[in-house]
Design a protein around this ligand. Structure first.
Ligand SMILES: Nc1ncnc2c1ncn2[C@@H]1O[C@H](COP(=O)(O)OP(=O)(O)O)[C@@H](O)[C@H]1O
Ligand SMILES: [Mg+2]
Length: 415
C-alpha cells in the first residue's frame, strides 16, 4: 500500500485471500455481499483504517445511528489493535470519530436517521473520499443518492462508495440497480466503475469450527440461501409480492384518508407505528411514515405519536389495554384493534389484495414487507402461517387498516 511520502507494509496473512485485490480497488461503486460471517465487515473496516493512514477520509453510515457503535466502530477499533497501529490513531468514542495522527484523515460515523448530521459531517482536514454503507439493504435508494452527493470536492484520491450487505431479496433495489451483469454463479465482477464480490463463510478462515457448523446446519430454505450460500433471496415464498417504493412526499401533503396503527413493544421487540393513506377505489395502500423504537415509556411514546400522526386515530395492538388507556390519558386518540379469530391471516390476505406503495424513506417497512414469508413445514411445504419476528411494522399496518378491512367484509356480506 503506497502513500506519496512513505510506504506501509501490510501483512497479507492478516486478510482473507479473496479480499486482497480489493485493498486498493479504485471503483466508484464497490459492493461486498454474500453470506453471513464471510468477513465483509472485517475487511472493509481494516481497509478504512489503512486508507486513513494513506490520507483517505471515510464516512461510515448505517440506517440507524445507535447500531454503529457496536458494529463498525468496534470493527475498526479491533482492526487498529490487530495491526498494532494504536499509536497512529486518536479514538473518540463519545463523538464517534477516529483520527489518523499521521495523515490527519478521519473516519467519521453517522446514522441515516440523523439527517442533519449526515448532511453536515466533514473531516477536519480535506474532504470525504469514501463512504461505507454497512448493511446497505436497510437503506433506501434515495438516501444512497443523497449520500453520493457528499462525495464531492477536490481530492487527489478517487472517490468511492462501498456497500456491505446480505442478499436479502431479489426484489431489492440494490439488485435491480447493480446486478444486471452479475450472473448467479459469479463471485466477482470488475468494471472500471463497479466492483462486486460475493463471499460466504467458506472464504473466511478466521471463523471457528463451531461457527462453520452453525452456518452449515441452517435448515430454513430462505436463511440457508441468503446467509449460508450468499445467494439472492427468492421471492417464491414471499407473501406480499405487490410492493413498490416511491417518493411519496407530495402525496403526504394532500392525503386525506389517513390511518395509523401501533404495535406495542419495549425491551426485546420495538414498538412500531405506521401512517398510511388508503385508496379504496384503486385498492392501493400508501405507507407514508414509519417509526420503531425500543424502550419507549408510554409518555415518550405519546409524544412521538402526537407528532407522528397529529389528530389521526391510532389502532393499537389490543394486548395492552393499560397502555392504550395511558396513551388516551396523554391525549392520543388510541383504540384497541378488534382482532378476532384468524385476524392475522385475514389481515394478511386482505393486504395481499392491495398494491402496497411505500415511501422510499420507510426503509424498515420496505424490508419487512419484502422479506415477509410463509413458514414451511419439515417437508418444505408452505404453511398458511407467516414467519414471525421481523414483522412489527406489518402488524402495525394490519391494525391501521383493520377498520377498512372489517368494513369491506361487512359490505360484502350485505351484498
Ligand atoms: N481479517 C480478519 N482478521 C481477523 N478476524 C476476521 C477477519 N475477517 C473476519 N474475521 C472475523 O470473522 C467474523 C465474521 O466476520 P464479519 O466481517 O463480521 O463477517 P460479515 O460482515 O461478512 O458477516 C468476525 O468475528 C471477524 O472478526
Ligand atoms: Mg457484516
Amino acid at each position: 500500500m503506497t502513500d506519496s511520502s512513505r510506504r506501509l507494509s501490510v501483512p497479507a496473512h492478516a486478510f482473507n485471500d479473496c479480499y486482497l485485490d480489493c485493498l486498493t480497488a479504485p471503483q466508484r461503486h464497490q459492493l461486498y455481499f454474500g453470506g453471513a460471517g464471510s468477513g465483509k465487515s472485517a475487511f472493509v473496516a481494516a481497509r478504512c483504517m489503512l486508507d486513513a493512514l494513506c490520507g483517505r477520509s471515510t464516512l461510515v453510515v448505517r440506517q440507524v445511528a445507535r447500531t454503529l457503535r457496536f458494529s463498525c466502530y468496534n470493527e475498526i477499533s479491533k482492526a487498529i489493535t490487530r495491526f498494532g497501529a494504536q499509536e497512529h490513531f486518536r479514538m473518540n468514542r463519545t463523538e464517534m470519530s477516529i483520527t489518523c495522527l499521521r495523515s490527519g484523515a478521519q473516519i467519521l460515523f453517522a446514522g441515516l436517521d440523523d439527517v442533519e448530521k449526515v448532511k453536515s459531517i466533514t473531516p477536519e482536514n480535506g474532504v470525504l473520499t469514501d463512504i461505507w454503507v454497512e448493511e446497505a439493504t436497510e437503506t433506501g435508494q434515495s438516501d444512497i443518492q443523497q449520500l453520493e452527493k457528499r462525495l464531492r470536492g477536490l481530492s487527489r484520491h478517487t472517490k468511492r462508495l462501498t456497500m456491505t450487505f446480505n442478499p436479502v431479496s431479489r426484489g431489492h433495489w440494490i439488485y435491480q440497480r447493480f446486478f444486471g451483469a452479475f450472473a448467479d454463479d459469479r463471485t466477482k465482477l470488475v468494471t472500471p466503475d463497479l466492483l462486486i464480490l460475493r463471499t460466504t463463510y467458506r472464504h473466511n478462515r478466521f471463523l471457528t469450527a463451531d461457527d462453520r457448523r452453525a452456518m452449515e446446519a441452517e435448515s430454513d430454505r430462505y436463511f440457508r440461501q441468503v446467509y449460508t450460500l450468499g445467494q439472492w433471496g427468492e421471492m417464491g415464498d414471499a407473501i406480499l409480492t405487490r410492493v413498490k417504493t416511491e417518493d411519496l412526499s407530495a402525496l403526504f401533503k394532500t392525503a386525506d384518508v389517513l390511518r395509523c396503527g401501533l404495535d406495542f413493544g419495549f425491551a426485546k421487540d420495538p414498538c412500531a407505528a405506521v401512517l398510511a393513506h388508503y385508496d379504496r377505489a384503486r385498492k392501493r395502500i400508501y405507507i407514508l411514515k414509519e417509526f420503531s423504537a425500543h424502550s419507549l415509556t408510554n409518555d415518550l411514546l405519546a409524544d412521538r405519536l402526537r407528532a407522528f400522526a397529529p389528530g389521526v386515530p391510532v389502532t393499537c395492538d389490543s394486548s395492552e389495554p393499560k397502555s392504550i388507556a395511558e396513551l388516551r390519558r396523554l391525549g392520543v386518540p388510541a383504540y384497541p384493534a378488534r382482532k378476532g379469530p384468524d385476524s392475522v391471516l385475514h389481515g394478511i390476505q386482505w393486504l395481499m389484495q392491495h398494491e402496497l406503495i411505500v415511501d422510499t424513506r420507510c426503509t424498515q417497512t420496505i424490508r419487512e414487507l419484502t422479506q415477509y414469508r410463509w413458514r414451511r413445514d419439515a417437508r418444505g411445504n408452505a404453511l398458511p402461517i407467516p414467519e414471525t419476528g421481523d414483522d412489527h411494522l406489518i402488524d402495525a399496518l394490519r391494525y391501521a387498516l383493520e377498520g377498512d378491512r372489517l368494513a369491506a367484509y361487512a359490505a360484502a356480506q350485505r351484498r
